[in-house]
Design a protein around this ligand. Structure first.
Ligand SMILES: *Cc1c(COP(=O)(O)O)cnc(C)c1O
Length: 433
């Protein structure tokens, strides 16, 4: 499969090149040249398919033959080494738990898949690749974990100092080996801006092969489409219209859900659930796309002022505002509303949601008001103990820590503090690896 740049000013790219480069030379995001829907029979037979079968059948058109069948099957199998259960709260609302991976956030799947693809492409290559990634909280840990020990790949993670949770910070600063954490005196947007500047900086890019592991990278973004099909497999027997409410920041996850829909998955509607960072909510009302500086919230992984994947969503719906609106609604919720929702979910369903999931739950409730017949699935994008402070404050009960979290708690943080882009550049050029 070839990919084209959404800026339309760069040559088309192979999958391999798109994975290694991340962004096209014209700084556009890559998008697959064609999307071939799966046959109806695939969805009819869904009960007979394993998660691995589903993943392989849905991703292969985007990857073969550059990664051969057998290797792709292995990559898929290793990527999906944990469960994706749906928990039903009531007749109209379920949650899809995406936090059973090693860093307990949904980004594990994309990070593991991408790391293995890059590992495959790099196996006979003596040149090192540096993965440069900005994180608002969960990407860092997932990427660090996914890429740990991958041959020929160094990882540099930029995170905003004091703006990620303790556990998130531990997950990205304690692994060592080929993983380095840079603690930026600034916001997530500052981190993302530094990463973008680095990609544009020819004195850097002439010296080293830089790539990104944010959801702009097709190998991080596309495997997220699996989730929506896994949910369908568990819910189709309810014979209701399925709506997904996706807690959204950079809009990679929801955009992958839309790709699943393009492949033929019966999805009635998507809800982009936002915190106060609500550029898309405002866009769907005003038709004016006005990114703003991000503000800090308790659902920090969604504190994104300028969502990088929205342009892919526009492409899927061919830049037709009305087609987009038919498929997508968006709501924005305050921290107070989010906390109230966490308590409501706990009191009514004895279920502990993290702040991101709670925003998704609120999106379901808002949608169901207008469409009471639907079955709305909100994505639980992180385990509640990743946000221990706020979860325990709200539900007033101590939470047992899962194994994956306990494993990092006792380790010592190692990070390098930086203030400016020049600091980042220095760090990369001096090659502290
Ligand atoms: C990254 C993240 C999100 C946002 O996902 P996008 O694909 O960036 O929209 C939501 N919740 C959690 C817990 C995350 O880590």
């Amino acid at each position: 499969m070839n990919y084209y740049s959404l800026n339309k000013k760069a040559p088309n790219s192979t999958f391999k090149n798109a994975v290694i480069k991340g962004l096209a030379p014209d700084k556009g995001l890559y998008f697959p040249e064609s999307i071939r829907p799966l046959p109806q029979s695939f969805f009819e037979a869904i009960d007979t398919l394993s998660n691995e079968d589903i993943a392989y059948e849905t991703i292969k058109q985007f990857v073969l033959p550059e990664i051969p069948e057998a290797e792709l099957k292995t990559i898929v199998k290793e990527t999906l080494a944990f469960d994706f259960p749906v928990v039903t709260l009531n007749d109209n609302i379920s949650t899809l738990e995406l936090f059973h991976g090693p860093t307990m956030a949904f980004k594990d799947v994309g990070a593991r898949f991408m790391a293995r693809c890059l590992g495959y492409f790099n196996q006979n290559n003596n040149e090192e690749v540096t993965v440069l990634v900005a994180t608002s909280g969960d990407t860092g840990g997932a990427v660090a974990n996914g890429f740990l020990g991958v041959k020929g790949v160094n990882v540099v993670i930029l995170y905003p100092s004091g703006k990620v949770s303790d556990i998130q910070e531990k997950q990205l600063t304690t692994l060592g080996q080929n993983i380095k954490a840079l603690e930026v005196n600034g916001t997530f947007d500052d981190c993302q801006a530094m990463v973008k500047t680095a990609f544009l900086d020819e004195t850097l890019t002439s010296q080293m092969q830089l790539t990104s592991a944010n959801s702009i990278n097709v190998a991080r973004w596309l495997p997220q489409l699996f989730y929506f099909i896994f949910a369908y497999k568990q819910l189709h027997n309810k014979h209701k219209d399925i709506v997904f409410s996706v807690p959204s920041g950079n809009f990679g996850n929801i955009c992958a859900g839309m790709m699943a829909q393009q492949l033929g998955l019966p999805v009635k509607h998507f809800v982009a659930s936002n915190n106060a960072n609500n550029v898309v909510t405002r866009y769907l009302i005003s038709q004016l796309y006005e990114p703003k500086a991000s503000v800090q919230t308790i659902s920090n992984a969604m504190d994104v002022g300028a969502p990088s994947n929205f342009i892919r969503i526009e492409e899927i719906y061919k830049n037709q505002f009305n087609t987009l609106k038919d498929n997508l609604s968006s709501y924005s919720f305050s921290d107070e509303e989010t906390k109230t929702a966490m308590l409501e979910i706990y009191d009514n369903y004895n279920y502990v949601a993290d702040p991101h999931g709670a925003v998704g739950y609120l999106g379901c409730k808002a949608h169901l008001k207008e469409h009471p017949e639907a079955h709305c699935v909100f994505l639980e994008t992180a385990h509640p103990t990743k946000f221990l402070d706020v979860v325990e404050e709200v539900i007033k009960e101590e939470q047992p820590l899962p194994e994956q979290i306990q494993a990092v708690m006792g380790k010592d943080k190692v990070s390098v503090k930086i203030d400016t882009y020049e600091d980042l550049k220095d760090f990369l050029i001096k090659g502290s690896f």
